[in-house]
Design a protein around this ligand. Structure first.
Ligand SMILES: Cc1ncc(COP(=O)(O)O)c(C=O)c1O
Length: 453
């Protein structure tokens, strides 16, 4: 295997950052100016994560393409870290938003629209679970799912997999340490209580540990992605998801599947493609075509229990809220996205492109003999600096090389490609082309050649 020399990474990153700084005078000036009144110089602190030293400022975006305020164009494989999986400003969504906002009026009125029932029906067709409610983010959908699971089961804890991510959900910011003890994830901010009080944690793909932890019968729900996507991609091993469903059923634990990222597997997410049968599905990001929305869906049986629970006030002050949730604008956008953009045909195309992307990365990895792996999850692909591909979040976390991520990101940005700022994920949208993928293949090969060639 060919080793990567950290000194080489450092030297190349310094060179690429200097190029980046020279190419982006307008973005740099906007970022410096923003420092005065924006926390960290950006409107949302995640945007501080910029491999070039400061972020590229957005001018406009359409389909798979982004333009920055210095006049550079990019092929966008980040797609707003999945928020723009439908592509930027897809025409049907633009039309639906314009119709709602301009022609008919009423972005948010705390009144239902007919679009809501259409979207809910479509979500049932895709994900199976029967009754839906809407939020503004996937984080909120997960928080609500957890509250309802606790209410329904009367149990205090949830269970998550080490190195999962489900949004800023306090209970989910926990990992199991090397002794299996539940501890807060490094860098967690403002935890209300020790997460060991609220959460049990096991490794992904470890059914034995899951059985042990669920045997306490104090877990309201398992909250999981069917494949981890936020610590690289970690795929479930054969039989693992069956074990999860069997063990949750045997112990009276609800199963919440978070499809926010795994929607990439197909038009009904992993739930449909892998024939899963969750009690609750949560989702967000992509389904609004760029307009904020989240959703959670319950089985008929759970929906009846929630509606019939005299101790659960879901109408007024019971803690399931969000004034702008279910607003008319979000639902108009979601209807257009699901009806016309993220269709079955679109997923076929996106998955084919992702296969092409994966093949391109794999060829370079093999040519240069670097010890890396590349994993595909439908329309999403990710490479990781370890081989074989990790089996658990802990294994994947151990393979992190942030300096190498930074180099590959800034190298790509200087050559017209945006990757997610977090690890090395690339997502295809309906507007991505073969030529876009081939540009990445070429740039990635050039980067690896400079690194180890
Ligand atoms: C699996 C998963 N669930 C939930 C979320 C939270 O989404 P949002 O930040 O839109 O609330 C994320 C964000 O990356 C996610 O990856």
């Amino acid at each position: 295997m060919t080793a990567v020399d950290p000194a080489r990474v450092e030297a190349l990153t310094a060179r690429e950052r200097a190029v980046f700084r020279d190419r982006h005078p307008a973005s740099h000036a906007a970022w410096v100016d923003g420092q005065r009144h924006l926390l960290g110089g950006v409107p949302m602190t995640w945007m501080m994560k910029a491999a070039g030293g400061f972020p590229v400022f957005l001018d406009g975006a359409r389909g798979a393409r982004v333009e920055d305020i210095d006049g550079h164009g990019y092929v966008d494989f980040s797609l707003g870290d999945t928020g723009a999986m439908a592509g930027h400003s897809p025409e049907p969504v633009v039309e639906a938003v314009r119709r709602r906002l301009e022609t008919r009026g009423g972005a948010t009125a705390m009144l239902p629209t007919e679009d809501a029932a259409w979207v809910a029906g479509e979500m049932t067709r895709r994900f199976g679970v029967a009754r839906w409610s809407f939020t503004l983010t996937a984080t909120d959908a997960n928080r609500w799912a957890i509250r309802l699971a606790r209410q329904l089961t009367g149990r205090p804890r949830i269970l998550v997999f080490s190195y999962c991510y489900h949004g800023s959900v306090d209970e989910a910011f926990a990992v199991a340490d090397t002794d299996g003890k539940v501890v807060a994830r490094d860098g967690n901010v403002g935890a209300p209580v020790d997460p060991a009080m609220t959460t049990r944690v096991v490794d992904f793909n470890d059914a034995e540990a899951l059985a042990r932890e669920l045997a306490h019968e104090d877990v309201a729900c398992v909250l999981m992605e069917p494949a981890l996507t936020n610590i690289g991609i970690v795929l479930p091993e054969p039989g693992f998801l069956d074990d999860v469903r069997r063990l949750t059923r045997e112990t009276g634990t609800l199963l919440v599947i978070d499809e926010t990222h795994t929607l990439s597997v197909g038009w009904g997410g992993a739930t449909r493609a892998w024939r899963l049968s969750p009690d609750i599905v949560t989702i967000g990001k992509a389904i609004g075509g760029g307009v904020p929305i989240g959703a959670y869906g319950l089985t008929d049986e759970l929906a009846e229990r929630v509606l019939g629970d005299p101790a659960a006030d879901i109408v007024d002050t019971g803690g399931v809220g969000g004034t702008l949730a279910g607003n008319a604008l979000s639902l108009a956008a979601a209807r257009a996205t699901l009806e016309h953009v993220l269709t079955e045909d679109a997923f076929d195309r996106m998955c084919r492109l992702s296969e092409r992307f994966t093949g391109g990365v794999q060829r370079t990895v093999s040519t240069y003999g670097v010890d890396w792996s590349v994993t595909r999850l439908g329309a999403r692909t990710e490479y990781r600096f370890t081989s074989p591909a990790p089996r658990s979040g802990a294994e994947s976390a151990a393979a992190e090389v942030p300096a190498l991520d930074d180099l590959l990101h800034v190298y790509a940005a200087n050559r017209g490609i945006l990757l997610t700022p977090f690890h090395n994920m690339a997502l295809m949208c309906p507007a991505t082309t073969d030529a876009d993928v081939d540009l990445h293949t070429e740039v990635f090969a050039a980067a690896v050649a400079e690194l180890v060639g």
